[in-house]
Design a protein around this ligand. Sequence first.
Ligand SMILES: Nc1ncnc2c1ncn2[C@@H]1O[C@H](COP(=O)(O)OP(=O)(O)OP(=O)(O)O)[C@@H](O)[C@H]1O
Ligand SMILES: [Mg+2]
Length: 447
Amino acid sequence: MTRAITLHDVSKAYTRGVRVVDRLSLDIAPGEFLVLLGPSGCGKSTVLRMIAGLEEIDEGRLFLDGEYGNDLPPSDRDMAMVFQNFALYPSMTSRDNIGFPLRIEAPGTDPAPRVDATARMLGIEDLLDRFPAQLSGGERQRVAMGRAIARHPSAFLMDEPLSNLDAKLRNHLRAEISQLTRELGVTTVYVTHDQSEAMSLGDRVAVLRGGVLQQVGTPRAVYSLPNNVFVAAFIGTPRINLLRGLVRAPLDGAMTISLGKQFLRLPEPLSLDHQLLRVQQGREVIVGLRSEAVRIAKPAAARTGEVALTGLVEHLEFQGHEVLVHFNTGSSPAVVPELEAPRPSPERQARRRRREGGTVLERLRERAGALRAGSVATLDEPARPDGAPASVEPRVAGDLIVRTTPDIRLRHGMQVPLLVDLAHLFVFDQHGERICPNPDRLPGLEE
Ligand SMILES: Nc1ncnc2c1ncn2[C@@H]1O[C@H](COP(=O)(O)OP(=O)(O)OP(=O)(O)O)[C@@H](O)[C@H]1O
Ligand SMILES: [Mg+2]
């Protein structure tokens, strides 16, 4: 049997007034593989522990297969948890470690058949008589998985189970976990701060920031239609380019977005999507360009929907199969605070919430979810009338990263023509919420 898990407006505070999980609602279908993704300290483990019953739920409700489950003891939830730090008993062999929960749950029943079947499934038959100290990290993790699987639970709760392993083993076990949980068809909630792990494993990915759910959707949906700049920047490598822009929509001229010294001219007639930007006239916005939205090519080579920019080569990152070119285009990057400084203290979050929750209007907006956990982006300083921002954030190298093939010969300091595909243009408002693309205006964009 596999479980449906529903969280309804669930909150948790360890210190009074500081919610580390803030009104989280999630519907996890039976057999689904859901990944909880977010930076360190955003509340992922707390959510998992509340589902497991290891942490009390302060507010809100948990339903297991539709039944109210807040007060159900962990032992009655029929879930198996796999932790980051393996948590094997050092004085027991792998066989006893795997069989231990079975002996507790059904005393008097011989655990051997299930232990053997699980070991076969995980390919660890030869390791059954060894103690944890005689196993490698990857082997220990497999034994820990075995202990969870042998119980035939109705849900797996996995808290960064692979983060102690090296990259190669992580990839290998990742594939194994994916295959196993699918074969078993057991509902799985998997916690990670690694976006590529989340994207490759999850049926759906739930992105958390400061205890607040930002978005939940298929990996494809969160990548192609991020709700806000935080999700856009957290998902995808290289990280999406986020530039400060200024919308100009004169009544008698073409609509443009200034990017410091250069601008993007939106093609006429304006698409339905770009028409949404008209109301932003004179306002600062955040332009999001994933590396696939920009290519190195002369203006003459522009296809429909492409517009020209130029960039100064500041840095080249050779990756073997491709090169990441860092350009300076004269624009300034928008800052996503939690990503630059991954662990805001709860006290700082509380201060910020108090500050931002001040006026009636702000409280209403907060209720609507727009400002919970604070504004996603910072555009503290207004742009100067000429479109150039008042101050330029210090940056390591360039404001725009573009992918290219290694055969293109580029040198530091070269001025290079670029083409931006406006079909891949993201625009976010001052608070970091997405304006376009807008799926309501572009049917078919959402799966
Ligand atoms: N028992 C506790 N008492 C007080 N604060 C806690 C406790 N457990 C967690 N916290 C705080 O709650 C917040 C969320 O913690 P949590 O462990 O859920 O984060 P996480 O997303 O799992 O982070 P990581 O990726 O680092 O494991 C953090 O600010 C943490 O310091
Ligand atoms: Mg954690």
